[in-house]
Design a protein around this ligand. Sequence first.
Ligand SMILES: [Zn+2]
Length: 164
Amino acid sequence: MRFIADVMLGKLARWLRILGYDVVYDPNAEDETLVALAVAEGRILLTKDRHLVERWRKKLRQNGYLLLTSDDWREQLKETISHFELDIQNHRMTRCPDCNGLLEEVPKESVRYKVPFFVFTVHDHFARCNQCGKVYWAGSHYERMNAALDELLSELQRGHLGNA
Ligand SMILES: [Zn+2]
């Protein structure tokens, strides 16, 4: 399942990428470009723009779309996860939140001069984005992201119980 997010959904795009989903996001893209890309690449459009959906509904139906209502990225993420029944456990941290590239594990020695000395000494596993080259490791930022996702997951589960 691949997505394209409209200009208002930058934070949602980042978090979906953190979950491992392929999300195109360009803050400068025009509506027409978004729709054309969705059609050309078979992507589901995530949008907050009701007019966009009304204007292009026919084209958007091909791959599907989700019209989000909340301004809060956490609510947007929860809505997207529930709507498409996304897997939020198994592909975390496999994609670069900055550019949508894929993360590839690289030998420790290859990042010696690319990460802070302290990080290099305490970590053994590193990954690099195959597009922008950014280096990632399982540090405190990673733990915070995982904790935020776990919290979200439990909120979702409570929500489902509440509706049952
Ligand atoms: Zn990247």
